[in-house]
Write a protein that binds this ligand. Structure first.
Ligand code: ADP
Ligand code: MG
Length: 340
């Protein structure tokens, strides 16, 4: 692990600007749709355009299906049904929801509670996403924090139910849904004859079947979006980014991000962004959120015993840190940070 100081003031980073890929097999299409409140991009390569077109549209359909199920904004979603029954009764769910909750609980435990799917009451207190948000008082934060804790969720494997035992509790899958959706859409592409490609759900990317050097994933300069800090190549697997710049509000000069530290109840201010590489989008997404909460120092320490995860941390101060994979595989661009 090495630390570098960035001479220019870097606030955040995002994964976008998907560049060239090599070598080019057969045919390739790129399609974009606005789903899950974000821009979703599909790149599909295979034998014929018509097949790729149909596969891409099924891929988008899969993401839409997941939005209907996992959205906290849709009153008829499976997630909203669980949340409405908080403190009332267990709710029967399907295999997929069971799996997502189990994985969420696992990351919650492994991250010492930094990733916590029961964060929903805190998002309401901080009015994240509201038209005119303002920060709450300390007493209110303290009070609502009592409703948070992934250990409170009751998952009954035999009856396939989930129960939130206290009224006011709520589950939010916003820190995991896009990465999982990218995985699932990639699965649908494969099932429909796509040889290789990529699904980018708002900066959470899943790549599959790519040969040669891989697909180049451009890492954008946080404040000069036309500039590339660097790029990494992926043949398969996923990269997800959590940042303080896509969804936040500024009140009296303070930036409040949409990621809340479940241990304190306050929005995280340490990191500007964290990018994580993992085998699946689900895991990359969950850990990007978890490591954003933990911060560079604690995060890098935890990652020493996690060879399955790689991460790149950017802090508002301009400092950054990463695990070896990023240092070894990152090709720095024109806006690259320089070592002192
Ligand atoms: P993005 O939505 O920018 O890709 P993330 O994947 O990190 O970023 O997801 C952030 C979302 O996760 C928030 O909008 C919220 O819905 C949820 N969330 C916020 N704090 C936490 C937390 N500590 N643990 C789990 N989920 C969280
Ligand atoms: Mg996430």
């Amino acid at each position: 692990m090495k630390y570098f100081r960035i001479p220019i003031f870097l606030l955040s980073l995002s994964l976008a600007g998907l560049l060239s890929a090599c070598p080019q097999p057969d045919r390739e299409i790129k399609r974009v749709q606005f789903l899950m409140g974000t821009q979703v991009e599909i790149i599909a390569r295979g034998a014929d355009d018509k097949q790729l077109e149909q596969a891409a549209s099924k891929g988008f359909g899969e993401i839409e299906r997941l939005d209907f199920k996992l959205s906290k904004y849709r009153p008829d979603s499976m997630l909203s049904r669980i949340n409405r029954q908080a403190g009332i009764s267990p709710v029967k769910v399907d295999d997929e929801m069971m799996m997502l909750l189990e994985k969420s609980l696992q990351v919650c435990r492994e991250s010492q509670g930094a990733f916590d799917p029961t964060i929903l009451p805190m998002l309401s207190v901080w009015k994240i996403g509201d038209a005119n948000p303002s920060p709450p008082g300390d007493a209110e934060v303290k009070e609502k924090l009592k409703l948070v804790g992934c250990g409170k969720i009751v998952l009954d494997q035999d009856h396939q139910t989930v129960f939130l035992p206290e009224p006011g509790m709520g589950i939010d899958l916003g820190g995991i849904a896009k990465g999982y959706a990218a995985d699932r859409a990639a699965g649908v592409l494969k099932e429909n004859g796509v040889k290789s490609g990529l699904v980018n759900a708002g900066g959470d990317l899943t790549v599959f079947g790519v040969t040669g050097k891989g697909i180049a994933i451009g890492i954008q300069h946080p404040r000069y979006r036309e500039k590339i800090i660097g790029k990494v190549y992926l043949k398969r697997g996923a990269i997800a980014t959590s940042g303080d710049y896509e969804r936040f509000y500024i009140f009296n000069g303070v930036r409040y991000s949409h990621i809340i530290d479940p241990r304190t109840g306050y929005p995280v201010q340490r990191e500007a962004s964290v990018s994580v590489k993992a085998d699946t989008g689900l895991i990359a997404d969950a850990w990007a959120t978890a490591l954003f909460v933990l911060g560079r120092e604690a995060g890098l320490k935890l990652l020493q015993s996690r060879p399955d995860l790689e991460a790149l941390f950017l802090e508002p101060s301009g400092d950054f840190g990463a695990t070896e994979w990023f240092y070894e595989n990152m090709t720095w661009g024109q806006a690259a940070p320089r070592e002192d």
